[in-house]
Every structure is written in structure tokens, then in C-alpha cells.
Design a protein around this ligand. Structure first.
Ligand code: BG6
Length: 492
């Protein structure tokens, strides 16, 4: 269990906190993983008493689909851990009140004044809050450890990410900073490392000698979900590609770390991100395809196009789909393309990493040769499968593709939410699953040219021919050309 600590959540009345954070914390606490000396201080701009906040949190837990089964009496006890402070994030007063909460926690359960500050606010507030905590000495670790958790998006481009990093480092040492990418908290994403580096049979094949190409897909059936304000500004490249897909890519392509520790792993991820062949704006047309969904149907129901979503401009140039080909300039991967695709309003929710192997060198059986595929299903139906050809029963030598399948549910355990895992890691002080400053920087560098070429401001960049895929289909046709002609996207 972590040491006694106070978790301070800025922006506690926001969507993320209500839907994911509070349920994750509650789950950890109910399972006894947080110890007894634990407090939660919610901070917001909204005026509320402690009692009102407790009611708010309990209601959030009762309403969230992510909340574990609530044990009798649990909510009443959990309420006692909750406190609330409010104020303007640009002024000192609110940080002073937070400081007093830490004093009170120390008096209540002794020990040191350890604190985890979680910024679950709009990004424009990251810097003011980090500065405010700094001004009042709350980042100082002489009376207990102090850590800062920052939600995405971490910057909106390379420059702003660098400025944000610099601003945060005015107050915090990099070792105190935990940047969240919830994909790293997924069991199956961690399993990628377990399979690669915990077995001897895969790694010898994991290179240009045997791998033809790699496909990474994060498809979502959902559309905007009422997030037009954010999404119109962000688009798919900032929302998914720069962070979640780059992380999946780095874990798939990196070298074996010397140890399973935060810096060894992050060093290797950074190295491979750095080796990605740059994509200047002028080359974007060759290696990337963008899309925006139009009206279509999902599960037999008609759904509106992106431009018809509430809050979206009817001439919006925001992309809701991206496919990109990454090439890596290192010895292991020379000549092996990595194809990444992600989009909203695709036929279904599925995240998968597929390592597609080269064909056998000589076909001695009738019919063509297929490529073997090792696929990591991140979600849903979590598991790992290997596709290969086998003789199908009968007189003739006819080969058919078959699948060897490991399903995660074979463990019989429920997969914990990524937020529980990451929160607990941050409380314990394990930064392995949090992207480091240089990783984030390189991930931005990779997508910089794409953002530049696809600038959403009218009159900037090339004008897209949007909408170019119907909701409920697998994205624009050009994506097939990007991967083809001898390869094709997996039908998932
Ligand atoms: C978030 C994005 O980071 O990830 C969302 O902002 C997206 O747009 C979500 O829907 C996908 O996460 P998951 O865990 O549901 O695959």
C-alpha cells in the first residue's frame, strides 16, 4: 500500500473525474489498496461545502458504469475521506486552503504530508495551477513527497508542449511529474511487454528479417459524445495519434530494455520514437490520409455526420480519422512500415496491434501463401492470437488459415480500470507507465508536419474533401491505397 497521503484533484467536478477518477479511487480504497490514512481533497471553481461535495461524489459513484460493486456501508465510510475547497486558480487563496488541508491530514493520521496533485482540468489551467502550487511552496518535498499528475492533452503542438514542460519545470523536478496516457494503464498494453520480453520465441522474429509490416488500429464506434468544443480544436491527430497510438507504436517497436524500470523503458521508447523518419509537411500526402465522417448508419440506426453534430461548424475541417505510415530508421526495422489508423464512427470499437510476418520463401502447395499474423487484441475480447496455415482435412493438400487463440478471460480475473492502475502507481511513485518529457516531445515531432499540413483554420493548409467516409464504415478509400496494393488493412 502507498504511504499515507492526500490526493488533491483539481477540476473534480469535471467529466473525467466524475466518470473515471472517483470510481477508480473508490475501487482502490474499497479493495484496501490505499491504506486507512488517505484523504481526497476536491478542488474546483464552483462554490460547494464539504457536505455538498460528499453528496456529489457519492452520486457520481452510484451513476458511473465504472464503479465496482459497492459493499454495504462502504459509501458512508468513503464519504469521510472527502473534503472540498474552491477558489480562482490564478490566485493564492485556494492553494493556501489546499496547504491547510495537508496540515489537517497530517494531524488526523500522522505521518508526513505526502500529496498527489491531480490536474483534471482544461489544459489552459495546467500552468496556472502548477505555478500556484509552486508559489505557496506545495511542490517542496521537505515535509513529504509531492507529485503532479497531468491529464492529456499535453500541449496542442510541439511548441506549446515545450512551453508547458518548461513552465512545469519551473516548479517541479521531472521525477515529480506524472503525465497520464491511460492506454499505458491497460493490462493488455502492458502484456505487450510481457509477451515480447518474457518469452524467447518472439523476439528473434521481431525484426526486418521476418516482419513484413505492422498494423496498429484503434477504431471507435462512438462519435463526438457532446465534446464538440474540445474536439473541434483537437481533432484525431491530437486526440489519439500523438498520444495513445504513439505509445502503442513505441512499445511494439522498441528494443528490449535492460531492466523493467521507469527509466530503462522510457529510454528505449524515446530511442525508437527518435528513429522515426521525419514527416515534413510536404511529405504528408505520401504517408498520411485524413478523414471526416459524414452521415451514415450504425447498427441499423441513422447517425448524423460530424458537421451535423451539435456545436460543430458546418464547414468544419477537423479530422475524425487518420491513417499514417511510419518508417523507422534503425537496423531492426529498416524497410518495415508501421501502419497506424484510428477513427471515430467506424463500425466497431476495437484496438489491436498486428505483427504481419513475411510469406514463406517458396510455395510448394497449391494455392497462394498467406502471411502469418500475431495479433494483440487490446480491447475488447482481450487476448493474443496467432494466425497460420494448416492442412485442412481430406485427400488433397489444401491449406487453410487457422488461429491459435489466447483469451485474457482465461485468467478468470476482471481487468482493472486503467485509471486505478495509474493512480496507484503514482501514489507509490512508480513512473514506468507515464510518458517522460522527451517521449512526449518526440511524439509531437512525429506529428508536427501532419498538423501543419492539415491546419484546420480556413485558408490554411490543403483544403480537405470532407466528409469522405460514411459513419459506420472503415474510413476513407485512400487509406486502402496507403497500405496497398500488396497489403491490406485487417478486417476486424
Ligand atoms: C481519449 C480520447 O483519450 O481516449 C477519446 O480523448 C477516446 O476521444 C478515448 O474516445 C478512447 O479510450 P478507450 O480507453 O475507450 O479506448
Amino acid at each position: 500500500a502507498p504511504e499515507p497521503a492526500t490526493l488533491v484533484i483539481f477540476g473534480v467536478t469535471g467529466d473525467l473525474s466524475r466518470r473515471k477518477l472517483l470510481p477508480a479511487i473508490f475501487g482502490l480504497w474499497q479493495d484496501g489498496l490505499l491504506g486507512s490514512a488517505f484523504n481526497i481533497v476536491g478542488v474546483g471553481r464552483q462554490e460547494m461545502t464539504d457536505e455538498e461535495f460528499k453528496d456529489y461524489a457519492v452520486k457520481a459513484l452510484q451513476e458511473s458504469k465504472e464503479t465496482d460493486t459497492i459493499q454495504p456501508g462502504s459509501l458512508e465510510k468513503f464519504r469521510e475521506l472527502l473534503f472540498y475547497e474552491f477558489g480562482e486558480f490564478g490566485e493564492d487563496e485556494v492553494y493556501d486552503l489546499v496547504g491547510k488541508e495537508l496540515d489537517r491530514a497530517e494531524e488526523a493520521h500522522g505521518g508526513r504530508k505526502n500529496a498527489l496533485f491531480y490536474l483534471s482540468t482544461p489544459p489552459s489551467l495546467f500552468e496556472p495551477i502548477s505555478n500556484g502550487l509552486g508559489r505557496l511552496g506545495l511542490a517542496d518535498q521537505s515535509e513529504g513527497w509531492r507529485r503532479l499528475v497531468i491529464e492529456k492533452p499535453f500541449g496542442r503542438d510541439l511548441d506549446s508542449a515545450r512551453r508547458l514542460n518548461a513552465a512545469i519545470h519551473d516548479t517541479w523536478d521531472e521525477s515529480q511529474v506524472y503525465r497520464i496516457d491511460h492506454y499505458l494503464g491497460k493490462e493488455t498494453v502492458q502484456n505487450l511487454m510481457a509477451i515480447r520480453f518474457g518469452n524467447a520465441i518472439f523476439e528473434p522474429l521481431w525484426n526486418r528479417g521476418y516482419v513484413d509490416h505492422v498494423q496498429i488500429t484503434a477504431a471507435e464506434d462512438l462519435g463526438l459524445e457532446g465534446r464538440a468544443g474540445y474536439y473541434e480544436e483537437a481533432g484525431i491527430v491530437r486526440d489519439m495519434l500523438q498520444n495513445h497510438l504513439m505509445q502503442l507504436f513505441a512499445l511494439t517497436a522498441m528494443e528490449a530494455p535492460a531492466a523493467f524500470d521507469a527509466d530503462a523503458i522510457r529510454d528505449e521508447k524515446t530511442k525508437v520514437l527518435r528513429a522515426v523518419k521525419p514527416i515534413p509537411a510536404g511529405r504528408v500526402g505520401e504517408v498520411a490520409v485524413r478523414g471526416q465522417y459524414g452521415p451514415g448508419s450504425m447498427d441499423g440506426q441513422k447517425v448524423p455526420g460530424y458537421r451535423e453534430e451539435p456545436g460543430v461548424d458546418d464547414g468544419s475541417r477537423t479530422s475524425t480519422y487518420v491513417a499514417v505510415k511510419l518508417e523507422i530508421d534503425n537496423w531492426r526495422w529498416q524497410g518495415v512500415p508501421f501502419f497506424l489508423r484510428t477513427g471515430k464512427r467506424l463500425p466497431k470499437k476495437v484496438t489491436e496491434i498486428a505483427v504481419v510476418f513475411k510469406r514463406a520463401p517458396l510455395g510448394i502447395f497449391p494455392g497462394g501463401l498467406e502471411r502469418n499474423v500475431l495479433a494483440f487484441r487490446i480491447q475488447p475480447d482481450e487476448g493474443v492470437s496467432l494466425k497460420f496455415s494448416s492442412k485442412s482435412p481430406g485427400q488433397e493438400m489444401v491449406l487453410r488459415e487457422v488461429v491459435m487463440d489466447f483469451r485474457y478471460d482465461a485468467f478468470g480475473a476482471q481487468l482493472e480500470s486503467p485509471y486505478s492502475r495509474l493512480l496507484l502507481d503514482a501514489l507509490i511513485g512508480d513512473a514506468t507507465l507515464f510518458p517522460r518529457e522527451d517521449e512526449v516531445d518526440h511524439a509531437w515531432q512525429i506529428v508536427s508536419g501532419i498538423l501543419e499540413a492539415w491546419d484546420v483554420r480556413p485558408g490554411k493548409g490543403q483544403t480537405p474533401d470532407f466528409p469522405n467516409y460514411a459513419a459506420g464504415t472503415w474510413g476513407p478509400e485512400d487509406a486502402e491505397k496507403l497500405i496497398g496494393p500488396d497489403r491490406r488493412w485487417r478486417r476486424l
